[in-house]
Design a protein around this ligand. Structure first.
Ligand code: ZN
Ligand code: ZN
Length: 350
């Protein structure tokens, strides 16, 4: 039997070991993984497990994946062979209202590569029938480096975040939280035509990194007059669109307080626990005509848009987002570096 090396997660441990190499059945394709990117979801599973991965069961994590089609099952055209792709990881049931709106990540029965289904922290990854059939694979141009393409899923979530807020060219954006998703949001906002981007983060080095990636202004969110400072920086108006990537109730409230008339606020990060915002400033929503929305995940169409922007050279700052790459054999070290949070995105290159 053919084998492959894979980073197998089990009960909080990561062991890199040979596992059977999957063979594509009818309607399936096998990817040779070119790169996988780690994110907070991988860290959460590594540290706390996941309800879809019962104790004692092995799982292959990694839902941000770029690869190349190396085998195709019956019914898949030969033209697929050799194509480079990125994967939209969430696969909906195809039958519920969310799925029929194309929003698989909201499907109550969704499955996901790298969570319940084997993911990209391996030499090969099987793309199963429903994922192929629902269009979860997005083609990547031949000359786009895998280290860039692999960011399409995370960047696609940020693209979705701004899209859902109807970000228009010339508007002012406020990004609360300058972690990986904040940085990606800044790069996307610039490419989507934002005239001014203000980044807020507790940490000074994250604020200066936000500047490097295109933020025009920075603020410490603990300053007492935060809202006034945003207004000062925006000619008295406030932010047209605010995205809260920090999982912090105060940041959510600040986003609403700092919004301009007609402003849109995206609660992009969930809050820990019950996730309730006390003292929700509902009068501001009413009197200023605000819209408070939330987004999570990205669709294949979002990934396609982001890959096209990458290919057109519109997302060049993303080249600096992958701050470290590890070989598959050192996946545990890669997770540890991601946990420490000094870099931005950490890659594993099988
Ligand atoms: Zn992710
Ligand atoms: Zn569904």
């Amino acid at each position: 039997m053919a084998t492959m090396m894979a980073a197998q997660y089990c009960d909080g441990r990561i062991d890199v070991r040979p596992l059977p190499r999957p063979r594509p059945g009818p309607g399936e394709v096998l990817l040779q993984v070119e790169a996988a990117a780690l994110c907070a979801t991988d860290l959460k599973i590594w540290q706390r497990g996941h309800r879809n991965i019962p104790p004692g069961t092995g799982a292959i994590l990694g839902h941000e994946v770029a690869g190349k089609v190396v085998e195709a099952g019956e019914g898949i055209g030969r033209s697929w062979l050799g194509k480079r792709v990125v994967v939209a990881p969430n696969i909906g049931c195809g039958f519920c209202p969310a799925c029929q709106m194309g929003r698989d990540s909201y499907c109550p029965d969704y499955r996901a590569f790298g969570v319940g289904l084997p993911g990209g922290l391996a030499e090969f990854m099987l793309v199963t029938v429903p994922a192929v059939a629902r269009g979860n694979l997005v083609e990547v141009p031949r000359d786009l480096p895998a280290s860039l393409a692999v960011l399409a899923e995370a960047a696609g979530c940020c693209y979705r975040g701004w899209q859902a807020c109807s970000l228009r060219p010339g508007e002012t954006c406020l990004v609360l939280g300058a972690g990986p998703m904040g940085i990606l949001s800044i790069v996307l906002a610039r490419a989507m035509g934002a005239a001014q981007i203000i980044a807020a983060d507790l940490l000074a080095d994250r604020r200066s990194r936000a500047r490097e990636f295109g933020a025009d202004g920075e603020l410490d969110p603990t300053v007492a007059d935060f809202t006034e400072r945003v207004r000062e920086l925006t000619g008295g108006h406030g932010a047209d669109v605010a995205v809260v990537t920090a999982p912090v109730a105060d940041a959510q409230r600040q986003a609403i307080l700092a919004a301009a008339i007609g402003g849109r606020i995206n609660l992009f990060a969930g809050l820990p626990g019950a996730g309730e915002l006390d003292h929700f400033p509902s009068n501001l929503v009413h009197y200023r005509g605000l819209q408070v929305i939330g987004t999570t995940g990205a669709t294949a169409a979002d990934l396609r848009a982001v890959v096209a922007m990458m290919a057109a050279g519109r997302l060049e700052p993303l080249r600096g987002v992958a701050t470290a790459s590890y070989p598959l054999a050192r996946t545990a070290d890669a997770l540890e570096e991601a946990r420490q949070g000094r870099g931005i995105k950490i890659l594993v290159i099988p």
